[in-house]
Design a protein. Structure first.
Length: 227
């Protein structure tokens, strides 16, 4: 039991160190040696969990999908806004998420499959657009799969612009502007009047997600202890 907990903590330390190095230096310039030094672990310990730099990067990409769940809303458009706002808050506050996004957007990362996060971002948006369409929230011309890709792609550009200009300090402002411009082109006006796209929504949704998900900081360790 203690060994399992120790292994979990070592893996988390390695991922945190890798996230820091990848965010600072990018995938191509980062080295296993730098990550070892930052993590304070042996080469054997690192290779027990990750066989290569690419596996480490994929671990960081996967780690940004923290197990936070939002409650169902009557409006599926509000759910989409809340997904966007939750990611926005985490991008501003969570180093692992920032590193994952840096890797996802790193076009110089040779040999690294960066497609996973785009698909994982688009899938829940598409599912909710389909539900929104079924209950009459969308304008007639909307194709959910197409619109989901447009939303994910434009968000990727907005966050990249925010990172370059303000290190994400103005991200909530920019994302709110994006939603105000995009949503009227896909959502029925009668629905849009009741959707909260305010700047304060990001922090509110994050707090709600943490409370609703009831995920303790040491969730993995608790699972191990429970057998």
């Amino acid at each position: 039991m203690a060994e399992q907990v120790r292994a979990i903590r070592t893996r988390q330390a390695i991922l945190s160190a890798a996230a820091k190095i990848f965010e600072e230096r990018g995938y191509q310039s980062s080295t296993i040696s730098e990550i070892l030094t930052a993590a304070g672990v042996t080469k054997g310990a690192l290779y027990f969990h990750f066989q290569s730099k690419e596996e480490l990067a994929q671990g960081v990409l996967a780690a940004q999908d923290q197990n936070l769940v939002l409650p169902d809303r009557a409006s599926k458009i509000q759910e989409i806004v809340d997904i966007v706002m939750l990611h926005t808050y985490r991008l501003q506050t969570d180093p692992m998420v920032r590193a994952g996004v840096r890797l996802t957007m790193d076009q110089t990362a040779q040999g690294l499959d960066r497609s996973g996060p785009f698909r994982s971002w688009a899938a829940p948006v598409r599912a909710r657009l389909e539900k929104a369409q079924a209950q009459g929230e969308l304008l007639p011309h909307v194709v959910p799969a197409e619109t989901a890709d447009v939303l994910v792609g434009t968000y990727a550009g907005i966050q990249s612009m925010s990172q370059a200009l303000s290190d994400y300090q103005d991200l909530v402002v920019r994302v709110t502007a994006l939603l105000r411009h995009l949503m009227p082109s896909i959502v029925q006006s009668s629905v849009l009047t009741s959707v909260d796209m305010s700047e304060s929504r990001a922090a509110h949704v994050y707090a709600e997600a943490v409370a609703y998900s009831q995920v303790p900081a040491d969730a993995e360790e608790a699972a191990v202890a429970a057998g």
